[in-house]
Design a protein around this ligand. Structure first.
Ligand SMILES: *Cc1c(COP(=O)(O)O)cnc(C)c1O
Length: 495
């Protein structure tokens, strides 16, 4: 299977090549030239398999240039070895009214681990397969969770280095602590004076700066990305949509072929786009509901067909969704239109005017699959409290945004089984969660907050968070948003 650019300048790459490159030369994103199809027998066969085995089967549909042994090895290193604190890796918590797909049992307690444990394995295998000699320097812009998960995934992986940029005041205290204490001999963590979009735009500018990349190449370093624009980030996420369906089958909650819906707390549109790929492959999906916080640029887009980032940026209690440019939407536009020239034009309009309009016909195709809704901080807090009262379950702020949207959707008379995609452990956003549950947080430090939440929760504090208490700060650099390239250059040259 070949991978092509959403903007038409096709390099016809293998998946290994696309994963090494990250972004296409024309600034587009890599997509498979056609979407593989599976039948109901394939889906049913997943029921009796472990998550790792399910992953091998689904990934093999896309990574056709990897051998079975290579994929199996990558999957085992990513999800085996007790790296996840639940044997099921992505357990489906089936409740009376809906089910919760818990994607936060990995080393950093957020869903980014699902992809970022696997991507480094796929990348290092790709480097070997293609005989690439250069060292790969991973550049990441993060609104919090990606950074830590990428650092954990790449730390001390051969032939790689990683530098992470995060908005100085745009991540939670726990997220910051997780990153600035990162260990490993190939890692750098840098705060940027600006918001997430500044950091992301800075990283994109570095990738597209030709002379800079050539200079690095001559010095034996190639840049690559672990942001959700990398195909190797996206493809692992397709697995858990199948896995959740297989779990509902296994539990006897649905029959093969029954349609189900997912509600996904969305930022960069990577998670929910993986659901779209699953559906296009043949998974019976009724609707994918895109749930946003007050930065509801996607809600407006899915209602009107106009994407307009010219709006205020809000800091919310679900910071991993505080995003105004959802990069992965580009892939959806490509698959819906099959028209790279048109996609390139929209992306140019987005870059120049911050706005584009896909028109009624394309919008109708998108709306046939995607629903949308949003919840502000007050509704999010209410939902955490209600869910605790009703289901005795503690949802984090991001999950609560989705839960709220899912309930609103179901209350409109939709009957199909609903899965809420849960993207973070409540311990990670403990202050907002405790406040929502009516608890006082006054004067409590991070670790007292964890203990206080533990007293109300049936899950223990995740090991990675508990260990932060005694961890040493190793990274304290802060740069202007105009100085990111310099920071990359210095790190590329450093031992
Ligand atoms: C990244 C993230 C999201 C958003 O996922 P996208 O793939 O960017 O849409 C939601 N919740 C949490 C906790 C996250 O870390």
């Amino acid at each position: 299977m070949k991978y092509i650019s959403t903007r038409g300048n096709n390099q016809n790459m293998t998946s290994a090549q696309a994963i090494i490159a990250g972004l296409a030369k024309d600034g587009g994103l890599f997509v498979p030239e056609s979407i593989p199809q599976v039948d109901m027998e394939f889906i049913q066969s997943l029921s009796d398999l472990s998550y790792q085995q399910r992953a091998v089967k689904v990934l093999s549909c896309f990574l056709t240039d990897y051998t079975q042994e290579e994929i199996t090895g990558c999957v085992e290193r990513a999800y085996g070895n007790g790296k996840f604190d639940d044997k099921a890796v992505a357990p489906l918590n089936i409740m009376d009214d809906l089910s919760v797909l818990e994607l936060w049992h990995g080393p950093t307690s957020a869903f980014k681990d699902m992809a970022l444990q696997l991507l480094p394995q796929l990348l290092s295998t790709a480097l070997k397969k293609t005989g690439e000699k250069n060292q790969v320097l991973i550049l990441v812009a993060t609104s919090g969770d990606t950074g830590k998960a990428a650092l954990e995934g790449f730390r001390d992986v051969d032939q790689t280095k990683i530098i992470v940029f995060y908005p100085e005041n745009g991540v939670s205290r726990i997220q910051r602590l997780q990153m600035v204490t990162q260990q490993g001999n190939n890692v750098a963590v840098t705060a940027v004076k600006g918001n997430f979009d500044d950091a992301q735009s800075g990283v994109k500018a570095i990738f597209s700066h030709k002379e800079f990349n050539e200079k690095l190449n001559e010095a034996g370093v190639s840049l690559s990305s672990a942001n959700s624009i990398n195909w190797g980030r996206l493809v692992p996420q397709i697995v858990y949509y199948f896995s959740a369906y297989a779990d509902l089958l296994k539990a006897g909650k649905i029959k093969a072929g029954d349609k189900i819906s997912f509600t996904v707390p969305t930022g960069n549109f990577g998670d929910i786009l993986a659901g779209y790929y699953a559906m296009r492959m043949g998974l019976p999906v009724a609707k994918l509901i895109c749930a946003s916080n007050t930065n509801n640029v996607l809600t407006d887009f899915l209602k009107t067909g106009v994407y307009d980032r010219n709006r205020d940026f809000y800091k919310t209690i679900s910071p991993s969704m505080d995003i105004l440019i959802s990069s992965n939407l580009e892939r959806l536009l490509y698959h819906v239109t099959d028209d790279a020239a048109q996609v390139a034009k929209w992306m140019q309009e987005l870059a120049e005017k911050g706005r584009y309009d896909v028109g009624a016909e394309v919008l109708a195709k998108i709306q046939a699959v995607f629903g949308c809704d949003w919840a502000d901080d007050a509704k999010t807090m209410d939902t955490i409290n209600e869910v605790y009262g009703k289901n005795h379950y503690i949802a984090d702020t991001h999950t609560a945004v989705a839960w709220r949207s899912a309930e609103d959707y179901m209350s409109q008379g939709h009957q199909e089984p609903m899965i809420v995609v849960s993207t973070a452990s409540p311990y990670k956003f403990n202050e907002s969660v405790l406040t929502a549950l009516g608890q006082s947080v006054d004067g409590l430090d991070e670790f007292q907050l964890l203990d206080k939440l533990q007293a109300m929760n049936s899950f223990p504090i995740p090991a990675g968070l508990a260990a932060l208490k005694d961890a040493q700060v190793r990274h304290s650099v802060v740069v202007e948003k105009t100085a990111m390239e310099k920071a990359v250059e210095a790190f590329a040259k450093a031992e």
